[in-house]
Design a binder for this molecule. Structure first.
Ligand code: AMP
Length: 173
């Protein structure tokens, strides 16, 4: 199934020059949504995965059904200040300054096999911070899946050699 046609490109959102890849049109179609989750499941179903780590906020949409399919726990990576219990945090670069991502520190044991899920890889700052959180916990990163990878931003260089998969590559401009 061609999932690319379900992604809506919105020019100049949230600011001029950004081509926003909108997945609301994909998840609005049950066959397309199911196919996206089937694809992610197919990447990892031959291994016993302990935890699916999903990145706020669109990563949650794909991470939750994937965790159920893989019979794995679901762990949320959230923007600073959203998680209520003790957290670990890692900084990432924004265009101006930095922000941080957080994860509850007691949800992954050393050596557990995890997969990371987000909707889209752009510059790779978000995924790099998530990898840093998982390294602090000494998790074993089995793989990283993105529905979309933006071409031309070299986000793949931030993955520290972990196996990664994207269903489609789209131009960033
Ligand atoms: P980055 O850290 O630059 O790899 O950005 C990845 C994160 O920002 C993902 O969580 C995406 O949801 C979001 N993002 C970045 N660029 C876009 C874009 N052009 N369209 C939609 N989402 C984007």
């Amino acid at each position: 199934m061609d999932l690319e046609k379900f992604i809506r490109n919105v020019p100049d959102f949230p600011k001029k020059g950004i081509q926003f890849k909108d997945i609301t049109t994909l998840i609005n179609n049950p066959e397309a949504f199911n196919e996206a989750v089937n694809w992610m499941e197919s990447l990892f179903k031959s291994e016993k995965i302990d935890k699916v780590v999903a990145i706020e906020s669109r990563g949650f949409i794909f991470g939750a059904p994937l965790a159920l399919r893989l019979n794995a726990g679901l762990v949320l990576v959230r923007k600073k200040g959203k998680l209520p219990a003790a957290t670990l945090s890692a900084q990432y670069k924004l265009e101006y300054g930095t922000d941080s991502l957080e994860m509850h520190s007691d949800l992954i044991e050393e050596g557990e096999k995890v997969v990371i899920v987000d909707d889209l890889l752009a510059t790779g700052g978000t995924i790099a911070a998530t990898i840093e959180l998982l390294e602090k916990l000494k998790a074993e990163i089995v793989g990283i899946s993105f529905l979309i990878e933006l071409d031309g931003l070299n986000g793949g260089e931030k993955l520290k050699g972990h196996p990664s998969y994207s269903r489609m590559k789209l131009p960033c401009d």
